[in-house]
Design a protein around this ligand. Structure first.
Ligand code: DQQ
Length: 539
């Protein structure tokens, strides 16, 4: 069905067909990045969960390998669920994952490569005495899943890891201790708990440097670091993080700001994005974040098109030294290898209420950098601008205010009957100060029936001297939008029916009533990534 195939992406990772969800156990081994993922081999809806496996040398071009693990044991027969890799100092790889048992109990299992000298890590062995952890007393048998990468504890030979759960409506992170990855002991207390946040899925926990520009191995501890705790909230299907301090002796993590605690504060991504996971890349000394971009159309539509979901472009993750409240997410630099030739460089002066077409080749596959200079006199009058703005409820890109919205329109057709605006809106925040919002309006993104469409977004810190800047990765039916160097991120999953392939257009606009805006643009067309099966005769 031609109308449906174009929705496949050109440079995001997705399987050839069928359902995919969470990224699992990302790691780097002997020159290859390995990505595993929750996969249904039989259908475009969730079920029969198996570990798909793909490898890459640059995180952009991928080769599919045979499944790493299938549900074939009593302890994972209802699904080989999400897990994480730990690489020991001697190079051994410990893969801990959740199994859904024959009785639908969530247990943790160990698997490891059959042959560590194989750079492709084709064969995986499930440990003979699995499971290695079962739900402890007081924890529901269906509330115990997604072990993290382990880190070294304060005692000699000690490894620690955390697993998400809940007690009542309080989301919690349990901590286990092990020396051999086969015997585990639950530690007293919890790493952290937040009332009202419900089940914590896919917990992630790692150090970030407050002084260096590189990422840190998960076991790194010492001066000049903070720890990020992330939970994927089963109740609202968003990934929340907070920055805080970790005390390994007391087995406690404490948020820097209790008002920005996990699940009630910042999201990694304000769009369609879930079950994310980081890993430390020793090759480039960076921490890389993967996330699952699900569908917002109906299951029936997914079955019809025969596939569901993609993975985000991997993002480098750093602590934001400027705000000290946010992390910065940025597409890995390797994505720039897809850029075709020199960028289109252009300045556009946008009077209030204007929209301008920008002529670019293949506007369905773009890397866009855009910064906006707002008329200074108008900015000084911010105090008069709207109070109580909220991306999701303030009327989208069509609703005009004094100092916004202004931004970029992507995946639009020539007549603007389908369009996805990504924009800034400067409003009056609490205390009368200017507060900038970053939003993506999907409400007119598709004329297809049965698509859930909303306006996503959040406030974004814009510091003195900074321009309003955004970077957009446009890939047919996915737009990943990064504001202010990655302080606030929004992923859009859209279903254009007209603004497809060669018919896609890009515009810049200024819908503010009270300010002119100068847009500085740098736009590259992107090649497609090479994502295909590994030649089987070479296995
Ligand atoms: N997906 C997995 C679970 C995890 C959930 C099952 C999050 O392990 O909690 O496919 O999307």
């Amino acid at each position: 069905n031609a109308m449906l195939t174009w929705q496949r992406t050109a440079y995001h990772f997705q399987p050839q067909k069928n359902w995919m969800n969470d990224p699992n156990g990302p790691l780097y081994h002997k020159g290859w990045y390995h990505l595993f993922y929750q996969y249904n081999p039989d259908s475009a809806v969730w079920g029969n969960i198996t570990w798909g496996h793909a490898i890459s040398t640059d995180l952009i071009h991928w080769l599919y390998l045979p499944f790493a693990m299938v549900p074939d044991q009593w302890y994972d027969i209802n699904g080989v669920w999400t897990g994480s890799a730990t690489i020991l100092p001697d190079g051994q790889i410990m893969m801990l994952y959740t199994g859904d048992t024959n009785d639908y109990v969530q247990v943790q299992n160990l698997a490891y490569p059959a042959n560590l000298s194989d750079p492709l890590l084709i064969d995986w062995v499930k440990y003979q005495d699995n499971p290695v952890m079962v739900p402890p007393p007081g924890i529901g048998v269906k509330d115990f899943r997604d072990p993290t990468t382990a880190w070294t504890g304060p005692q000699n030979g000690q490894w620690l890891l955390t697993i998400g759960s809940k007690i009542g409506k309080t989301g919690i992170a349990l901590v286990y201790d092990t020396s051999n990855f086969t015997n585990f002991k639950l530690l007293d207390g919890v790493l952290h708990a937040v009332p009202g946040t419900g089940m914590w899925e896919c917990v992630d926990f790692y150090p970030v440097s407050t002084v260096e520009a590189n990422g840190l191995d998960t076991s790194y501890n010492g001066p000049g670091i903070k720890h990020v705790l992330k939970a994927s909230l089963d109740d609202d299907k968003h990934d929340y993080y907070a920055i805080g301090t970790y005390d390994p002796v007391k087995n406690k993590w404490t948020p820097d700001n209790p008002e920005l605690d996990v699940g009630i504060g910042l999201r990694l991504d304000y769009g369609k994005y879930y079950a994310s996971k980081t890993f430390y890349d020793p090759k480039e000394q960076r921490r890389i974040l993967w996330g699952w971009i699900g569908e917002t159309d109906s299951e029936a539509a997914d079955l019809l098109k025969g596939w569901a979901s993609v993975q985000s472009i991997p993002r480098t993750l750093l602590y934001d030294k400027e705000t000290r409240t946010h992390v910065l997410q940025w597409p890995v630099k390797e994505i720039e290898s897809l850029r075709i030739g020199d960028p289109l460089v252009k300045q556009v002066n946008l009077q209030p209420g204007s929209i301008e077409l920008v002529h670019v080749d293949s506007a369905a596959q773009l890397d866009v950098e855009a910064s906006f200079e707002v008329d200074k006199a108008a900015l000084a009058g911010t105090i008069e601008a709207d109070v109580g703005f909220n991306c999701s409820t303030s009327g989208g890109a069509a609703k005009r205010g004094i100092l916004g919205p202004f931004g970029v329109v992507v995946i639009a057709d020539q007549t603007l009957s389908e369009l996805t605006p990504v924009y800034f809106y400067i409003a009056k925040g609490t205390g009368g100060r200017a507060e900038t919002y970053f939003c993506a309006d999907e409400t007119r993104s598709s004329e297809a029936p049965g698509v859930a469409k909303q306006v996503y977004g959040s406030s974004v810190p814009v510091l003195d001297g900074e321009q309003h800047s955004m970077r957009l990765l446009v890939d047919h039916s996915i737009v990943e939008s990064f504001a202010q160097g990655g302080r606030t991120v929004i992923t859009s999953r859209i279903y254009p029916t007209k603004a497809i392939n060669g018919a896609a257009r890009l515009f810049v606009f200024n819908n503010a009533t009270g300010a002119s805006v100068t847009a500085s643009l740098k736009i590259w067309s992107l090649k497609s990534a090479d994502i295909r099966s590994f030649p089987l005769d070479q296995l």
